[in-house]
Design a protein around this ligand. Structure first.
Ligand code: NAP
Length: 546
């Protein structure tokens, strides 16, 4: 049954008719999950999405090799047992087309598409203090009045490309990983430059190398690339997963990165060097992020665990890559997790191919494109195709696409000039009735799970407001200050803080001029979920409601 929020009060200020009870921006994991939750509350919801279909990240990032780095059975919507039972991923790490199919399937299953407006960018939204509603404007010039506004903009949605002034003069073709064309790109017979060796570049390089005549990889900072250990999943695997799903989710909700892993319950110094080697070899064979968490505890905080785990990887790089100079260039000189480590699918092996050249641009940077390729200060590299896998203005950059104007005419990005401010990552003071879904200050973790728990909290909060006939919610300044100051403190307790020196996106350090500091919650996903529950059970003391 639809609950028209206008009908709940006789307040004359409410004369302004609502077009919707809630507008959700984005139709990726966050938008889909949010629409489902709000529909269950009986709200009239409109999802506004700039792409032509659902998917978000999985709509835009269609580059060769795009696939998840989380294990498929937990890179999933937890809220529906039916979905968990009906959908069987075909691989441990599904490809972009499969994730896109999954999101489409969930959309159709719950008939969500009818509340989605595609090819539409929400460009601005202003909080109208008199009616305590949001006025949201699209790029087509429509203006919608809504009680609640929810942003599911994605962590990595605002692509970054280095400003090469002469890119237009380049006679070949260029592509950006995060804006990949829908039709296949053929690299046969082409000389291809790949700029960037983050998670996107690491997935692209091995596949393009199989097709292209030659690939030049321009590397500024190497990454610790962990072998994925990908494999297909058959019926037997799914029977086992489904019979253990409760236990798997229990692990997910308690593991710092919301992944279904067991704690190692040991440090390297607890075992002999020979045992260390065996343990690391076993974890390496398992592959994926298990390598980081199931060999030794606290790789993110403990120097000794980090050194042992990264030292073993360094040895593997040198074993795999035949040319010692290339192997050395590929070996990072910073702790594991100071940059977000990608999973590799024959990544290091690719550098043994005759048609792949690694060029170190850490000291001699690429400065521009030319008619025929790319150049550093002293060398031109002639290529036919350039691929920019150069990352994103992450987390807060996603908010550049909408001018959000809160109470007193304050613009969100002005408020966040020195870094984001939120309470619980869910709301911002001076921005009543605006909920951020999967935005800044939520855990740096397996994001569908974070979204699921956060949206559940938002749903329960709005349900409580409806029960109590309230129309307004805003975090207190004190609670916002407290949560915001917790964020750097949590980061400081980890080795991730060293990411500032190696351009890590989770600190904003990859974007020239962006303030460097924690953009996410580094206190462990389980603690974040507990904080959400506690806040709700305590009656939402960090929020004003009326
Ligand atoms: P990224 O990790 O920020 O990597 C960008 C790369 O571009 C870096 O190697 C960077 O070098 C390089 N770069 C930027 N400007 C450059 C320049 N002017 N010259 C030379 N190199 C330059 O971006 P990403 O690979 O797109 O990944 C971002 C995040 O998205 C990941 O960490 C992950 O969270 C998510 N993601 C996930 C998956 C997955 O789960 N499968 C896949 C892709 C992305 P520096 O390191 O020196 O800055």
């Amino acid at each position: 049954m639809s609950k028209n929020l206008n009908a709940q009060t006789a307040d004359p200020a409410d004369a302004a008719a609502l077009d919707f009870d809630a507008i959700v921006v984005g139709a990726g994991f966050a938008g889909i999950r949010t629409l489902y939750e709000l529909r269950e509350l009986g709200l009239r919801v409109r999802v506004v999405e700039s792409g032509s279909d659902v998917g978000g990240t999985w709509f835009w990032n269609r580059y060769p090799g795009a696939r998840t780095d989380s294990e498929s059975w937990v890179y999933a919507f937890r809220f529906s047992t039916e979905v968990l039972n009906e959908w069987s991923w075909s691989e441990r790490y599904p490809t972009q087309p499969e994730v896109h199919r999954y999101l489409s399937y969930v959309t159709e299953k719950f008939d969500l598409r009818k509340d989605m407006q595609f090819n539409t960018q929400l460009v601005a939204a202003t909080f109208d203090e008199d009616s305590e509603t949001w006025l949201a404007t699209t790029d087509a010039g429509e203006t919608y009045r809504t009680r609640f506004l929810l942003t599911g903009l994605g962590h990595q949605s605002h692509p970054y490309r280095p400003p090469f002034p002469n890119l237009d003069s380049f006679q070949g073709k260029w592509y950006q990983s995060a804006r990949w064309p829908h039709e296949p790109v053929d690299f046969t017979g082409k000389r291809v430059a790949v700029i960037g060796t983050g998670a996107s570049g690491v997935q692209i390089i091995p596949l393009v190398a199989q097709q292209a005549e030659h690939v030049i990889v321009f590397q500024r900072t190497p990454n610790w690339v962990i072998p994925s250990g990908n494999h297909s999943l058959g019926e037997e695997d799914w029977t086992e997963i489904r019979s253990n799903y409760d236990a798997i989710w229990e692990k997910v909700f308690n593991q710092p990165y919301a992944l279904p892993f067991n704690a190692a319950n040991r440090k390297p110094s607890d075992v002999t060097p020979e045992e260390q080697e065996k343990i690391l070899e076993h974890a390496y064979k398992q592959g994926g992020f298990r390598y980081l968490f199931e060999a030794f505890d606290d790789v993110q905080g403990d120097e000794e665990s980090n050194r042992a785990t990264s030292g073993f990887l360094r040895k593997k790089i040198h074993e795999i890559v035949r040319d010692p100079a290339t192997a050395e260039l590929l070996s990072p000189q910073y702790p594991l997790l100071a940059k977000r480590p990608p999973l590799g699918h024959s990544y290091y092996e690719t550098f043994n191919r005759d048609n792949v050249t690694l060029v170190d641009v850490s000291r001699n940077p690429l400065v521009d494109a030319t008619r025929n390729g790319l150049r550093t200060a002293d060398t031109e590299y002639e290529v036919d195709v350039i691929i920019f896998a150069t990352g994103f203005d992450a987390v807060t950059g996603s908010y550049r696409s909408i001018d959000l104007i809160g109470r007193g005419g304050v613009h969100l990005l002005d408020k966040w000039r020195e870094g984001p401010r939120t309470n619980l990552g869910a709301m911002v003071d001076d921005f009543p009735n605006l909920f951020l879904v999967g935005g800044p200050h939520v855990p740096f973790a397996n994001i569908p799970v974070v979204i699921d728990r956060e949206v559940r909290w938002i749903g329960r909060t709005i349900a409580r407001m409806l029960e109590q006939e309230q129309r307004f919610i805003e975090p207190t300044t004190e609670a916002t200050d407290k949560w915001t100051s917790l964020i750097p403190e949590l980061l400081d307790g980890t080795l991730l803080v060293r990411g500032a020196a190696v351009n890590s996106w989770f600190l904003g350090a990859n974007i020239p001029g962006k303030p460097v500091g924690a953009l996410s919650y580094h206190g462990g996903a389980g603690n974040y979920f507990a904080a959400l529950d506690q806040e709700f059970d305590d009656g939402l003391p960090g929020f004003v409601r009326r």
